[in-house]
Ligand binder design. Structure first.
Ligand SMILES: *[C@@H]1O[C@H](CO)[C@@H](O)[C@H](O)[C@H]1NC(C)=O
Ligand SMILES: *[C@@H]1O[C@H](CO)[C@@H](O)[C@H](O)[C@H]1NC(C)=O
Ligand SMILES: *[C@@H]1O[C@H](CO)[C@@H](O)[C@H](O)[C@H]1NC(C)=O
Ligand SMILES: *[C@@H]1O[C@H](CO)[C@@H](O)[C@H](O)[C@H]1NC(C)=O
Ligand SMILES: *[C@@H]1O[C@H](CO)[C@@H](O)[C@H](O)[C@H]1NC(C)=O
Ligand SMILES: *[C@@H]1O[C@H](CO)[C@@H](O)[C@H](O)[C@H]1NC(C)=O
Ligand SMILES: *[C@@H]1O[C@H](CO)[C@@H](O)[C@H](O)[C@H]1NC(C)=O
Ligand SMILES: *[C@@H]1O[C@H](CO)[C@@H](O)[C@H](O)[C@H]1NC(C)=O
Ligand SMILES: *[C@@H]1O[C@H](CO)[C@@H](O)[C@H](O)[C@H]1NC(C)=O
Ligand SMILES: *[C@@H]1O[C@H](CO)[C@@H](O)[C@H](O)[C@H]1NC(C)=O
Ligand SMILES: *[C@@H]1O[C@H](CO)[C@@H](O)[C@H](O)[C@H]1NC(C)=O
Ligand SMILES: *[C@@H]1O[C@H](CO)[C@@H](O)[C@H](O)[C@H]1NC(C)=O
Length: 428
């Protein structure tokens, strides 16, 4: 008994010194359950994180938590077990009011309704919980309202200014907009992530009413691991944006959408976009039921804005400098994509625009198999002002439709080697 009290006192002291300690104090635990239908769980969730988010352990028991306003979890030396779902009320007008979301993601001034920040934390949703984005009314709403970057549609889960964090076994159902974004963070691991934006409104069967439901956008972050992801969306499955360095992605399944993007890059003329040391392996891009999602556009693609400024961010821009260097994609399986691999340096471009100054170099493609629905196997549409350099293919064996000869488009690329062993390319 005495020993127990002493332990509690020491525990309280160690939790007050959480900034210096490495492991969470095992005794500081907050456990909550959903209050029930019609009630608002936001206060009790924030109170639990407020009490146990530094040096403690927060447990959200199974069930559905009704979240009605923006929320930040500041976690330091902390663990969160999220057994249930944080369900964000589908009150579209409320969330589109700029006062009701955060604007911490600098690129395109995107909005967030839920931010996790801090250091040395783990959030585990045990494959039973995560976020319910209630996206269907959002997707319906935007079938007859204009969508624009920065219009306030909220990112479902934003990791912002986090260091040494992990998110595990986490599902995000029906994201209204980007499923995830990581910004201004270092050393974050996502292991076991599911996102699913699938229209279920029969009125829109066969249409992609879920654009911008990207699996993740990475921005201004270093040392990010994306492991064991399963993404159903109508846009980029992964989007590697400016200043993403030392990124690893392994075992990624992308169902529908645009495939894996590096970009768009070079939107801000005053900011250099650096993407360096990216390794991706065991990637599957698969077409799904066309009545749910008609698009499966790319395998992997690289895109920059061109060299002229057309309008201003968040919706316009261009002429940004920078480079993408040292990217390897290995063991890629494509199931009926339109375009397996492209570099497009004319994003947003108009005739008469200046060529992009953005440079793509050291891109490596190893062991690609599967099928394309067009014969355009590879398109390197690089910029005359910054030719692509050192692009290698080995074991690039994607099939095009029977009877079609595979086509390789190559503009302004230097030292491209090894396409399928069938040809060595040099296009200058
Ligand atoms: C969520 O909480 C609000 C009260 O703020 C309530 O009006 C609404 O019915 C609740 N939603 C659910 C699904 O319980
Ligand atoms: C949003 O916040 C700003 C600044 O705090 C305030 O001036 C404005 O009235 C608010 N708008 C709404 C719709 O509440
Ligand atoms: C917009 O679409 C919704 C269905 O998604 C419909 O109920 C509504 O009437 C439409 N509004 C207009 C102005 O077309
Ligand atoms: C995504 O959600 C749809 C609709 O709820 C469901 O039919 C489909 O099986 C889900 N996909 C995955 C991969 O879980
Ligand atoms: C790949 O990730 C999926 C989840 O998306 C998981 O179910 C599967 O076990 C993983 N495969 C391997 C080999 O780790
Ligand atoms: C770059 O330009 C954007 C607007 O396009 C502006 O918001 C931002 O503050 C500028 N950043 C720097 C570092 O000048
Ligand atoms: C990327 O980092 C460089 C410095 O390494 C900086 O000059 C540049 O502004 C950053 N770009 C963005 C988009 O933050
Ligand atoms: C290229 O990136 C890989 C990680 O994907 C890294 O191991 C390697 O050192 C990098 N190469 C160079 C030359 O920096
Ligand atoms: C990727 O797939 C290869 C071939 O199937 C396998 O040997 C390797 O272990 C996988 N890598 C990961 C990280 O699962
Ligand atoms: C090539 O990738 C496929 C998956 O796309 C994998 O099954 C196979 O083992 C890989 N081959 C080698 C030699 O790693
Ligand atoms: C291209 O590759 C060669 C050999 O690896 C290297 O010497 C050269 O610096 C590279 N050029 C660029 C622009 O990356
Ligand atoms: C072209 O790439 C090959 C193989 O990576 C390398 O040996 C060679 O130095 C490169 N040439 C140039 C001009 O970068």
């Amino acid at each position: 008994m005495f020993a127990g009290i002493l332990f509690l006192i020491l525990g309280a002291i160690s939790s007050s010194c959480a900034a210096q300690s490495q492991a969470p104090a095992p005794d500081l635990t907050c456990s909550i359950s959903p209050l029930g239908v019609g009630l608002d769980d936001t206060d009790q969730v924030l109170a639990a994180i407020g009490k146990c988010g530094h040096g403690g352990h927060t447990v959200l028991q199974d069930g559905v938590y009704n979240i009605t306003r923006k929320m930040t979890w500041d976690l330091v030396d902390a663990k969160v077990d999220l057994h249930g779902y944080l369900s964000f009320v589908p009150d579209i007008e409320f969330w589109l009011d700029a006062n009701n979301t955060y604007r911490v993601v600098f690129i395109q001034s995107q909005a967030s309704w839920f931010i996790i920040t801090g250091s040395d934390f783990e959030v585990d949703a045990h494959n039973t919980g995560g976020i319910q984005g209630n996206g269907q009314p959002w997707w319906d709403f935007f079938t007859n309202h204009t969508r624009e970057d920065g219009d306030g549609r909220p990112i479902s889960l934003t990791i912002f200014r986090a260091v040494r964090g992990s998110i595990r076994n986490f599902a995000i159902e029906a994201q209204p907009f980007w499923c995830n974004c990581i910004a201004e963070s270092q050393s974050v691991v996502y292991d076991g992530m599911r996102c699913n934006a699938s229209n279920e409104n029969p009125a829109f069967a066969g249409q992609n009413i879920v654009p911008n439901t990207d699996g993740i956008d990475t921005y201004r972050s270093d040392n990010v691991s994306l492991l064991n992801w399963d993404i159903t969306c109508g846009d980029d499955c992964l989007a590697i944006k400016g200043n993403s360095t030392n990124v690893v992605a392994q075992n990624i399944t992308c169902r529908g959408g645009n495939g894996i993007a590096f970009g768009s890059l070079g939107q801000y003329a005053n900011l250099t976009d650096i993407v360096e040391n990216v390794f991706m392996e065991n990637l599957t891009m698969t077409r799904i039921d066309a009545s749910v999602q008609p698009n499966m556009q790319n395998g992997v693609y690289f895109k920059s804005w061109d060299g002229s400024i057309n309008g201003a961010p968040p919706t316009g821009g261009g002429a940004g400098p920078g480079f993408t260097k040292n990217v390897t994609t290995r063991n890629v399986f494509l199931d009926r994509v339109n375009r397996p691999m492209t570099v497009e340096q004319t994003n947003g471009g108009q005739s008469g625009d200046l060529p992009s100054m953005y440079k793509f170099e050291e891109l490596h493609f190893e062991n690609w198999t599967g099928t394309a629905l067009t014969n355009e196997l590879v398109a390197l549409e690089c910029s005359a002002a910054a030719p692509c350099m050192n692009i290698t293919f080995s074991g690039f064996n994607v099939s095009v439709p029977a009877g079609d000869a595979p086509e390789i488009v190559c503009q302004n690329a230097e030292n491209v080697t090894g396409l399928n062993g069938r040809l060595i390319l040099r296009c200058n």
